[in-house]
Design a protein around this ligand. Structure first.
Ligand code: NZQ
Ligand code: ZN
Length: 392
C-alpha cells in the first residue's frame, strides 16, 4: 500500500428536510454576506431556492444570488460572480445544485482571493493560496464535488475544459437530501450514476495489488450503485435507492477509495476534452469512452482487470485464459451501461467525430503534446487518438 493523506473536512448533513438547516449551517460559519449560486432553473422550479432563502432569512443571514451555471460551467459566469462578490463584500458561498453550480462556486471562491486571472490557476500557471469558503446543497448524485477538492471549468475561448484540485476547495458542509433528486430526468440520473462508478473505477484501475480493504470498499460501492441505478430506472422516487447513490457519490470522490493507490484518470481526461468541445453530459461521455480505453490498456494489468470482472461483474474466472475473463468483464460493464441507457461509444453520445476532430481532441488532451495521461498505461497523443478512434 502506498503512503497517503486522507482529508475530508466536509460536514455532511444527510436526509429528509435537511435543506431547512441551511440558514443555521451558514450562520455557524460566522460570515457577513453570502453568495447563493445555482444553475439554470431546476432549483427555482422545484421551489428549493425559495426554501433556502426562507431558511437564510430565518437565521438572519444576508445574501445576494447569482444563477446561470450551465452543465460544463463557463468561465464568463465565474468572472461575473467574482465581480459580484467583490462589490457586495461576500465572504461565503452557498452553492445550490449539481457539480456545475458547485464547481462554478469554487472557481468564484478562488477568483475573489486571487489577484491575477483565475483561469491561470486552471492552466496550472500558479497555485491557489486562499479562497472564499463554501457550503453546498446538493441536487444530483454525480460528481462528488460536494466533498471533493476538485472543480472543472470550461473556457469559452478555445473551449478548453480544465480541472483544478486543491484542498482549499473542499466544502465546509454538504446538505444532502435524497428527495431533492427525485425531479432529475432519467438521463441525468444515469449519467450521474455512471460518473460515480467511474470515480471509483478510475481509482480501482491501478497497479497496486495490496489494497484489500480499499478494493473491497470500491467493489461494494460499484455493486450498490449498479443495483440502485436499476431500481431508479423503474422507480425514480425510491428513497433508499436515491439515498444509496447520493452517499456513494460523495464516497466515490472524497478520496476514500483511492487511499494507498495511484489511480488512472485517463477516461476523465478523455471526457473533459469531449465535454469542452461538444458540451456533452459528463457521465455519458465517460461511458462512451470507457470500453475502448479498457480494451486498449488491459494487457498492462490482466490480474487487475480480471479481479474487476470476477468481483464486480460476476464473471467466472477462466484459469486457462484469464484474458477471456477480462474481456467478458468489459463486455458486462458495457452491457450495464446499455441497460441504463448510457452510450458505449461516441456516436451513441450524439457526436460524429471527424479525423480532424480526433487530432484536435488528442492534441488538447495531451496538453498540446506536453503530457501523458493514465496510470495503468501511460498514454501519449497517439494513444489518445487511437482510443478516440476506437470509441467513435
Ligand atoms: O442547471 P439546472 O437547472 O440545475 O439543471 C441541471 C442540469 O441541467 C439538472 N439538475 C440538477 N439537479 C436537478 C436537475 N434537474 C432536475 N432536478 C434536480 N434535482 O441536471 C443537469 C446536470 O447538472 P450538473 O450540475 O451539470 O451535473 P453534474 O453534477 O453531473 O456536474 C457536471 C459537471 O461537474 C464536473 C463535470 O465535468 C461537469 O462539468 N465534474 C466535477 C467534479 C468535481 N468537482 O469533483 C468531478 C467530476 O469528475 C466532473 O468532472
Ligand atoms: Zn467525473
Amino acid at each position: 500500500m502506498n503512503n497517503f493523506q486522507y482529508y475530508t473536512p466536509t460536514k455532511v448533513v444527510f436526509g429528509k428536510d435537511t435543506e431547512s438547516q441551511a440558514g443555521e449551517l451558514v450562520k455557524e460559519q460566522r460570515c457577513s454576506k453570502v453568495l447563493v449560486h445555482y444553475g439554470t432553473g431546476s432549483v427555482k422550479k422545484s421551489g428549493l431556492l425559495d426554501r433556502v432563502y426562507a431558511s437564510l432569512d430565518a437565521a438572519g443571514v444576508s445574501y445576494v444570488s447569482l444563477g446561470g451555471a450551465v452543465p460544463n460551467p463557463r468561465l464568463s459566469l465565474v468572472y461575473e460572480g467574482i465581480e459580484l462578490c467583490k462589490r457586495e463584500g461576500v465572504d461565503f458561498i452557498l452553492a445550490v445544485g449539481g457539480g456545475s453550480a458547485i464547481d462554478s462556486a469554487k472557481a468564484i471562491g478562488y477568483g475573489v482571493k486571487y489577484e491575477g486571472d483565475v483561469w491561470d490557476l486552471y492552466l496550472k500557471k500558479d497555485t491557489p493560496k486562499d479562497m472564499l469558503p463554501l457550503g453546498v446543497i446538493l441536487t444530483i448524485a454525480a460528481t462528488g464535488s460536494e466533498m471533493s477538492n476538485s472543480s472543472v471549468i470550461t473556457n469559452e475561448e478555445g473551449w478548453l475544459k480544465r480541472g483544478l484540485n486543491h484542498d482549499l476547495s473542499r466544502p465546509r458542509f454538504a446538505i444532502m437530501n435524497p428527495e431533492l433528486t427525485y425531479t432529475l430526468p432519467e438521463y441525468q440520473t444515469m449519467s450521474g450514476c455512471t460518473d460515480i462508478l467511474m470515480h471509483t473505477m478510475e481509482r480501482y484501475f491501478s497497479h497496486e495489488m495490496d489494497t484489500d480493504l480499499v478494493d473491497g470498499m470500491a467493489e461494494s460501492l460499484l455493486k450498490s450503485v449498479m443495483r440502485a441505478a436499476k431500481v431508479l430506472l423503474k422507480d425514480p422516487k425510491d428513497y433508499n435507492a436515491r439515498a444509496e447513490v447520493l452517499w456513494a457519490g460523495s464516497l466515490s470522490h472524497n478520496g476514500l477509495t483511492g487511499c494507498g493507490r495511484t489511480g488512472d484518470w485517463a477516461c476523465h481526461q478523455l471526457e473533459h476534452e469531449l465535454g469542452g468541445m461538444f458540451d456533452v453530459a459528463h457521465g455519458a461521455g465517460l461511458a462512451a469512452v470507457w470500453g475502448s480505453w479498457a480494451r486498449y490498456v488491459y494487457q498492462e494489468d490482466v490480474a487487475r482487470f480480471a479481479k474487476f470482472a470476477v468481483n464486480v461483474m460476476g464473471v467466472p474466472y477462466d484459469y486457462a485464459d484469464p484474458e477471456k475473463t477480462v474481456l467478458l468483464g468489459i463486455e458486462a460493464m458495457e452491457d450495464f451501461f446499455r441497460s441504463i441507457h448510457m452510450p458505449v461509444n461516441i456516436c451513441e453520445l450524439g457526436v460524429e467525430l471527424s479525423d480532424e476532430q480526433i487530432k484536435e481532441l488528442a492534441y488538447k488532451c495531451s496538453y498540446m503534446d506536453q503530457r501523458t495521461i493514465g496510470g495503468i498505461k501511460k498514454l501519449g497523443k497517439e494513444d489518445i487518438a487511437r482510443i478516440y478512434e476506437m470509441a467513435r
